[in-house]
Design a protein around this ligand. Structure first.
Ligand code: GLA
Length: 353
């Protein structure tokens, strides 16, 4: 197991970002930069043991800075949308940066995906990793409180990319951190992801309005194209005449994960790519999982190896709390108060069959 490091390029502020290469005992590799905590490259073995890079991304930092739909990034302070960029906490109304029509998306104009994190390689008996730290200042993008965040990325010898999130605040605030890799288990740039077979361990999802803001309802998936309780090709129903699919331009929805106990680490999803046999499981302590099937990819992003990322060439499984929770009192709370610890964990586990 090794961690190596090299310069990746300069940030708009003129600081040098690093690129860390994590290699586990099986030869699986993760390349992660401390700019935005972006996973730039992630290899996984197929059924013959052959590795391929299974995440979309760029070769240079400049391209990430120029235009990236959150490829591989750490997303915060609030992953997903907050309606009209407004919420009220303890009787005080806060106004956030709006960057998705009238709504706030993925932390605003300069979210955690564009921050330069302090980085330190770490190691245990069964994993190599990277410890990333970032202080989001009181008022950043409109959020209250100085928020000290620490994220550990681990590449384990069980072929897992394990992400541990920790945050503390000095004023009441809202937090919802996530990871935004676009996966293609056939290999990045190798076609669309419509034949991937997906299982999501959720009986319900949060239906959205035309601006992709949850209506507040928890709707059963049964009898709808949102139902992934038994494995189903992503493309089997994606173009069906369904109001939710129309609003998302395909799947772009938060699932309410089945859990006996809030905060328990449970299986959220399993994806299998039939040609290569690659399998990815997502396990998380979070209550929700955004399934986004790359509907906004349109070929305008040219990625690693000159690959053109066309419509639905990658999918995201973003573990988090439900979108717009600060305005939905019935959703699990995203409020963090001084003295409390925000602590969540998500694992992407790779195998082949
Ligand atoms: C998330 C959102 C999508 C889209 C992507 C980034 O997954 O839910 O609507 O904004 O991020 O393009």
């Amino acid at each position: 197991m090794t961690v190596t490091q090299k310069a990746f390029g300069k940030t708009p502020a003129g600081e040098t970002a690093q690129l860390f290469t994590l290699t586990n005992a099986n030869g699986m590799q993760a390349e992660i930069t401390n700019y935005g905590g972006i996973v730039v490259r992630l290899t996984a073995p197929d059924r013959e043991g052959k590795f391929a890079d299974v995440v979309l991304g760029y070769e240079t930092l400049a391209e990430y800075i120029k235009a990236s739909p959150y490829f591989g990034a750490l997303v915060g302070r609030y992953g997903n949308r907050i309606a009209k960029g407004k919420f009220t906490l303890d009787g005080v109304e806060y106004t956030l940066a709006t960057n998705n029509q009238e709504n706030h998306l993925h932390g605003g104009k300069v979210g955690f995906d564009k921050a330069l994190w302090a980085a330190e390689p770490v190691k245990t008996g069964e994993a190599v990793g990277l410890k990333l730290s970032y202080l989001s200042k009181d008022g950043e993008e409109g959020y209250p409180g100085n928020l000290q965040c620490t994220v550990h990325y681990w590449l384990t010898n069980d072929n897992e990319l394990k992400i541990e999130y920790l945050a503390e605040t000095d004023k009441p605030t809202v937090v919802n951190l996530t990871h935004h890799s676009y996966f293609n288990l056939a290999g990045q740039g190798c076609g669309d992801i419509l034949s991937h077979e997906l299982m999501i361990n959720a009986d319900r999802f949060t239906p959205v309005d035309a601006g992709l803001i949850p209506t507040g309802e928890l709707q059963p998936v049964a009898g709808t194209p949102m139902d992934f309780r038994t494995p189903m090709a992503i493309g089997a129903r994606v173009n069906q005449d369904d109001v939710q699919l129309q609003r998302g331009g395909g799947y772009d929805h938060n699932y309410v994960l089945n859990k006996d106990k809030p905060g328990a680490m449970t299986l959220a999803a399993r994806v299998c790519e039939p040609t290569s046999g690659r399998v990815m499981e997502v396990h998380t302590t979070e209550p929700g999982l955004q399934f986004y099937c790359g509907n906004f990819l349109d070929g305008s992003n040219v990625g690693k190896g000159g690959k053109v990322y066309s419509h639905r060439y990658g999918f995201c499984l973003e573990s988090h709390h439900f979108p717009d929770s600060p305005n939905k009192p019935d959703f699990p709370s995203v409020v963090l108060r001084p003295g409390e610890k925000y602590q969540t964990k998500t694992i992407y586990r790779f195998s082949a069959k």
